[in-house]
Design a protein around this ligand. Structure first.
Ligand SMILES: [Zn+2]
Length: 179
């Protein structure tokens, strides 16, 4: 039997922003349940309330680097932002190791924009990118890593789970669950 792995997820929530704290917590917990198929225990949530200037509530590499540098959140971290200034503008975005060389503060973070569709699936998808440290997508029907998120796309293959567990563990993002 495979060891159950624990995921401690830091949520960065902005009081006064577009998200409700309860909404962020619920979506993160549901995203964790989707990753449960890979032997990940229900997530432990650590909430960071970022009472910061409104400009930091929008994802944009320069200001978001500054924010992450100041907050130093535990990783992986999910930021619940109001919008994005990135182009192309994604509803949700992940920054792993491979795409963070020029922006190390953003390593192992996920950014979700208010109004993102299929929220818990989008978060699970982006977290899977971070945990696998891979930007790869799958063509398989019903797979969580399909390019487009959809309510029915929730499955991960055995190979994807193995990579998620091994890489996530190697990068210190997953730890053996203590009973
Ligand atoms: Zn993706």
């Amino acid at each position: 039997m495979q060891t159950l792995l624990a995921l401690v997820l830091t949520l960065v929530y902005f009081p006064g922003g577009g998200w409700q704290e309860s909404e962020a917590r619920a979506a993160a917990a549901q995203a964790g349940q989707i990753l449960g198929q890979c032997g990940i225990a229900p997530v432990t949530i650590e909430l960071v309330r970022a009472d910061v200037d409104a400009r930091f509530r929008v994802f944009h590499t320069p200001s978001s680097r500054e924010l992450a540098r100041t907050l130093q959140p535990g990783k992986p971290a999910v930021f619940f932002v109001d919008g994005t200034r990135q182009r192309p503008a994604f509803e949700a975005e992940a920054i792993g190791r491979g795409n963070s060389r020029s922006r190390p503060e953003l390593r192992d973070t996920v950014w979700v924009i208010k109004g993102a569709r299929d929220l818990e699936i989008a978060i699970a998808h982006e977290l899977a990118h971070v945990l696998m440290d891979s930007g790869e997508h799958s063509e398989e029907p019903g797979n969580l890593m399909r390019d487009e998120t959809a309510p029915e796309n929730t499955r991960l293959s055995a190979a994807q789970c193995a990579r998620l567990r091994d890489t996530g563990f190697a990068n210190g993002l997953l730890v053996p669950e203590r009973r």
